[in-house]
Write a protein that binds this ligand. Structure first.
Ligand code: NI
Length: 366
């Protein structure tokens, strides 16, 4: 009978001992320990709330959760106290906005790191944004895609531009000089002034892989001269006609050759729904989508499809940017004579960026 009592007394006395021990610790130290525990609990909960699984709302969901995950990572790795400390409140602000509605892009575009496509567009259009904006957009998992239009300009071009302007997005036009730029100068000027990227698609749509080096130089040179005359700009990128490339082409072309990895076959089917469905089925961050703004080969299909594709992509959280902008944002350096089919962030030369995207999109994306 005595033993259990003794045990009880002992166990009681252990609590008392702990309590007395705690009281022996000087008050400031106790206060500090208690505070640390509180802060730890708060941070733990904040961390849990940002886990990818918890952000279930809407198409922009992956963006936001991905951003949060990376933020947490960078904080843990201690990649500069600026990002981890000052970055967190900004992101929280962005998350809140995300929930409350997508409309007020202008409000938070300058400094805040919200994951909204609208915000990022504002950043892009204001290219003078500076290092601060660039740094914050680099931390985001941006879903970029590039719409490209070949063989124009034609009567379809202004109709395509109507949509691009309406949504404030960018695309890239690989233009042909002969008959197209020559007769549709206004469309080209409008595209250029809108901030669309203009690439060369040769002067006469010559098949380069069946041409001599002199012929390749000539058709490139003539197109450059015409474009300099019309818009005062010489394209920095080009797309070989029909995608045909051989050693002669590689040795003759002095700028990056941009191909594509999503072919809408708009010229073949002249069918709006085929174009729309192809894009919906195949799109992924870094994709280069091939279409044609030559109304003679695609009819009305391409400009009508564009009017459907653009808002749909935006709803999915995509930003529609130019080819060069997407390459840069995903860490690719365009080389003269190099060939590029896409700028998939999963295969970015920037290993850190690739790892972040793999974490967010890897298992799902091609
Ligand atoms: Ni072509």
């Amino acid at each position: 009978m005595e033993e259990p009592d003794a045990k009880k007394r002992k166990s009681g006395s252990i609590k008392e001992q702990v309590f007395r021990g705690w009281k022996k610790i000087p008050l400031p130290v106790r206060a500090f320990l208690a505070l640390s525990a509180c802060v730890g609990i708060v941070l733990l909960f904040a961390g849990l709330l940002r886990r990818p699984g918890s952000a279930a709302g809407g198409g922009a969901g992956p963006d936001v959760s991905g951003t949060g995950a990376f933020e947490a990572e960078s904080a843990a790795e201690g990649e500069g106290s600026e990002t981890s400390v000052s970055g967190q409140p900004e992101i929280t602000g962005g998350d809140k906005k995300e929930g409350s509605g997508k409309t007020d892009a202008s409000g938070g575009s300058k400094a805040e790191g919200s994951g909204k496509p609208d915000d990022e567009k504002t950043e892009e259009s204001g290219k003078s944004g500076g290092a601060k904006t660039e740094a914050s957009s680099e931390r985001k998992l941006r879903k970029l895609v590039a719409l490209t239009y070949d063989d124009g300009p034609s009567n379809a071009t202004p109709l395509i531009l109507d949509t691009l302007e309406k949504y404030g997005v960018k695309a890239t036009f690989f233009v042909v000089g002969r008959d197209q730029v020559e007769y549709h100068k206004e469309a080209l000027i409008r595209a250029y002034n809108d901030g669309m990227e203009i690439g060369s698609h040769t002067y006469d749509h010559r098949i380069l892989s069946k041409s001599t080096q002199e012929q390749i130089w000539e058709t490139m040179w003539k197109n450059d001269e015409l474009l300099k005359e019309v818009i005062g700009f010489q394209p920095k990128i080009m797309r070989p006609t029909g995608g045909g490339i051989n050693d002669t082409v590689r040795a003759s072309i002095d700028r990056p050759m941009i191909l594509w990895n999503i072919d809408t076959l708009d010229w073949k089917y002249e069918d709006k729904d085929t174009i729309v469905n192809t894009v919906k089925a195949e799109v992924h961050p870094g994709a280069i989508i091939l279409m044609h703004d030559l109304i003679e080969t695609t009819g009305d299909s391409t400009w009508q499809a564009t009017a459907e594709i653009v808002p749909w992509l935006l709803e999915q959280g995509y930003e529609l940017v130019t080819v060069s902008e997407m390459a840069k944002a995903y860490g690719y350096t365009l080389q003269p004579g190099g060939t590029y089919y896409s700028f998939n962030p999963l295969w970015s030369p920037d290993a850190e960026l690739a790892a972040r995207y793999y974490q967010a999109f890897g298992p799902k994306e091609p």
